[in-house]
Design a protein around this ligand. Structure first.
Ligand SMILES: NC(=O)c1ccc[n+]([C@@H]2O[C@H](COP(=O)([O-])OP(=O)(O)OC[C@H]3O[C@@H](n4cnc5c(N)ncnc54)[C@H](OP(=O)(O)O)[C@@H]3O)[C@@H](O)[C@H]2O)c1
Length: 332
């Protein structure tokens, strides 16, 4: 597995990271034994970056990671944790708390659940309008100084917020949705990250499975699968988006690779500072995704891909209206 460096002075990580979210939450039922086997297979294949959140399954995702790392060297895993999202007993979402005292509280619980004395990259999942980003990063900088976290990351923030944050303490990476059908970061956010020397960990590179080549209009999403509420997965939008996938499939076939592989390889080709997070929760999906790391796309491949899926071609927004309103990254 090739490596990439996150940020100017940040850690060197595998060119693909593994995101654990779907192993505990949001995509319907997951199999715990298969999830752990998938994490092991990722580590064995050379993946070092493991992304989780304390609110994924209300702590379940961190406990799963702790179990998966038992008996393995902690030094081979770079653990990235998101915090701040508030849940209720039914699994609902209750806003965001990023006050400095809350951050220290979240981290104390995370370290206990993970069974470790430090988190490698710690980041607020979302910001809250009542706490300036300077205060959030200031609190995180104290945790770096105390040795409880190694690096500071951000998630879904605008170029302006990234600049304000980076002025307080170097930001290692910005986690943001970026794929063939989610290209809005290209306008301001990716250029700002490049200029500041901030890495990008791209999520949704398969648009949560929609452009994986495995999604069909017939696929049923259970009530706990939040994709059933996403605009891109329903009605006419779904049909139009799946037509884009078929155009991509034709190109993938000429290269002898799969749709998922070409979509991941495209993100890898967008810059050396970008590390795609793979949301595989099964070994077969992981194995397919890993194949993308070996693909080199030529200029003519890239032109053909972008002709098949032009920027802005997706039908529907990437989140529903309420969630879009929480995204600092979507503010003009
Ligand atoms: N910062 C943020 O706001 C934020 C938001 C969301 C996610 N994330 C992070 O990003 C990670 C990636 O999540 P994502 O949902 O955005 O990832 P994704 O790669 O866009 O989608 C993952 C889903 O695609 C389907 N899939 C089909 N073929 C696949 C293949 N070959 N490899 C992998 N997945 C395949 C799987 O769904 P089925 O298993 O149902 O087939 C899988 O769960 C998360 O685990 C989380 O750590 C961050």
């Amino acid at each position: 597995m090739n490596t990439r460096t996150l940020g100017t002075n940040g850690p060197t990580v595998s060119a693909l990271g593994l995101g654990l979210m779907g192993m505990s939450d949001l995509y319907g039922a997951a199999d715990e034994a298969e999830s752990i086997a998938t994490i092991h297979a990722a580590l064995d294949a050379g993946i070092t970056l493991l992304d989780t959140g304390d609110f994924y399954g209300m702590g379940h995702n961190e406990l799963l990671l702790r179990d998966a790392l038992r008996g393995r060297s902690r030094d081979n895993a770079l653990i990235s944790v998101k915090f701040g999202a508030l849940r209720d007993v039914d699994g609902g979402w209750n806003g965001v708390d990023v006050r400095p005292a809350a951050i220290k509280n979240f981290l104390a619980y995370t370290l206990r659940r993970l069974g470790t004395d430090h988190v490698d990259i710690y980041r607020p999942a979302r910001l809250s309008p009542d706490v300036p980003v300077e205060d959030v990063v200031g609190a995180l900088a104290e945790l770096v100084k105390a040795g409880h976290i190694r690096h500071i990351g951000l998630s879904e923030v605008s170029a302006e917020t990234l600049r304000r944050a980076h002025a307080v303490h170097p930001i290692t990476d910005l986690q943001i949705e970026y794929s063939l059908i989610s290209r809005s970061p290209e306008t301001d956010i990716l250029p700002a990250a490049r200029e500041l020397g901030v890495g990008i960990t791209a999520y949704g590179v398969l648009s949560r499975g929609l452009i994986s080549g495995h999604w069909t209009a017939r696929r049923e999403t259970a009530g706990t699968d939040f994709r059933s509420h996403l605009p891109r997965f329903s009605g006419d939008n779904l049909d139009r988006n799946l037509a884009l996938v078929e155009a991509l499939r034709a190109i993938a076939e000429t290269r002898g690779v799969t749709v998922a592989q070409i979509a991941i390889a495209w993100v890898l080709a967008r810059g050396e500072n970008i590390v795609p997070l793979i949301g595989a929760r099964r070994r077969d999906r992981l194995s397919e995704a890993l194949g993308a790391a070996a693909i080199t796309l030529s200029e003519s491949d890239l032109a053909a891909i972008e002709a098949a899926v032009p920027a802005g071609a997706a039908a529907g927004a990437r989140y529903d209206e309420a969630q879009m309103a929480h995204l600092d990254s979507e503010r003009a």
